[in-house]
Design a protein around this ligand. Structure first.
Ligand code: ATP
Length: 403
């Protein structure tokens, strides 16, 4: 059951941090196209929240609404306890970094960062000191500071854009796909740097991404969106281990989604088991449920293997094995599921096409045996609507472990 954020709730968390960002029942559409549908969300001061979801689900629009670049059709936005719903961006003290960096091409890195301070008539000495300090913080070397954007790499331009937003000491930093234009190696490096700059400055930050690995790696909180709606908000471990819906389960990584009754759980529910939680080999006998199985496919990933198994009288499952175990296609193997690692998504939380026993549970073709289903990380499903209007962080997952 979804619970709207009470409008009179005390905006302080158990740990004493006030909310730096509160979004309450916000809706927005581009003409007739709804982009954000009644989303509520809060971010405690000093935390980094990632908005995660597939392309077109409304992440950037929600970020722009928080930054003041769009105005909600209804709902309220508060930054640090102040209602900013109708205020323009410059009155919000929020620093936004757009996906294309939006640097002035005719100014050097240093001048780009200094520009806004000069407009605000900050003294020259203070301006120089603040610009150098922030460029140091984001790791732009002295030699790079007097170059124009065209003479800087994508990663260096990103550092300048970040410095330009940070130099105002904003209450909230809003980053739209900050790592999207960078190659894998640089992305990993900048991801770590971004996190350490955020921790150093303590600035409350919202990052838009469609990369689940990035979201899990950098965030205090991850908010998963689909089709303009918020599906779940929680710590990386919560959304990964205790997803509220099959869609969230798949979007966060590879997930086996099987009919609950296959595992002796309530009929109609869906059980989620991550591949790395499945036990292969003789140790499987000591699991809550175990089956004899035949390996149907093995994919080599270096240190690990993805092992697909067809269980006799059980579900099709995808497991993670060690390459050193030399598992082969066609091999007979024991497969086990430890009960405490199974996460149950109750029938009441499923939308129609997520219910087991239907022809298609997740956009894949139906599983080959009975009503058991298997879904691989993001390969199969697309986003679905679900009538879910609010993000939730109700921590109610613990009672749903199928022990
Ligand atoms: N300027 C616009 N005019 C009309 N429709 C728009 C506009 N910008 C976005 N949309 C539509 O609004 C919806 C949400 O778009 P938005 O850019 O917020 O999604 P997103 O999750 O950030 O996507 P991406 O990851 O691809 O950037 C999409 O259906 C998109 O096509």
């Amino acid at each position: 059951m979804l619970t709207p954020l009470p409008t009179n709730a005390n905006p302080h968390h158990a740990n004493g941090s006030p909310d730096a960002v509160r979004v309450v029942g916000v809706r927005f559409g581009y003409g007739a196209v709804p982009a954000v549908r009644d989303v509520s969300l809060s971010v405690p001061a000093g935390q980094l929240l990632t908005l995660l979801g597939p392309s077109g689900c409304g992440k950037t629009t929600l970020l722009k609404l928080i930054g003041g670049y769009q105005t909600p059709a209804s709902g309220r936005i508060e930054l640090c306890g102040r209602d900013v719903t109708t205020l323009p961006p410059e009155a919000r003290n929020a620093g936004m970094v757009f996906q294309n960096y939006a640097l002035f091409p005719h100014l050097t890195a240093r001048q780009n960062v200094a520009f806004g301070l000069e407009v605000r008539r900050v003294s020259k000495a203070d301006c120089t000191r603040r610009v150098d300090a922030v460029l140091e913080k984001v790791g732009l070397s002295a030699g790079e500071r007097d170059r124009k954007p065209a003479a800087l790499s994508g990663g260096q331009q990103q550092r300048v854009a970040l410095a330009r937003a940070l130099v105002f000491e904003p209450d909230v930093l809003l980053l739209d796909e900050p790592l999207a234009n960078l190659d894998r190696h640089l992305r990993d490096q900048l991801r770590d740097e971004l996190r350490s700059v955020q921790r150093d400055t303590g600035v409350t930050t919202i990052v838009v991404t469609h990369d689940q690995e990035e979201a899990l790696a950098v965030s205090d909180l991850v908010a998963v969106m689909s089709e303009g709606r918020g599906l779940q908000v929680g710590t990386p471990a919560e959304v990964y281990d205790r997803p509220s819906t099959p869609f969230v389960a798949r979007f966060l990584g590879a997930a086996n989604l099987v009919a609950g009754d296959t595992l002796g759980l309530p009929p109609g529910s869906v059980a989620m088991i991550r591949p790395e939680q499945i036990v292969l080999g003789p140790a499987a006998h000591s699991c809550t449920r175990s089956w004899s199985a035949v390996v149907s496919r093995v994919t080599f990933l270096g240190a690990d293997l993805i092992v697909e198994v067809a269980c006799e009288a059980g579900p099709m499952l995808r497991a993670r094995g060690r390459a050193a175990d030399q598992i082969r296609s066609g091999q007979h193997i024991q497969v086990g599921v430890p009960g405490e690692r199974v996460w149950l998504i109750p029938e009441t939380d499923l939308v129609d096409d997520e219910r087991p026993g239907r022809e298609v549970i997740d956009g894949c073709s139906p599983a080959r045996r009975g009503h058991e289903q298997i879904a691989g990380g993001g390969e199969c499903g697309g986003p679905r609507g679900g009538g879910r209007d609010f993000f939730r962080s109700d921590g109610r997952g613990h009672d749903r472990r199928a022990t």
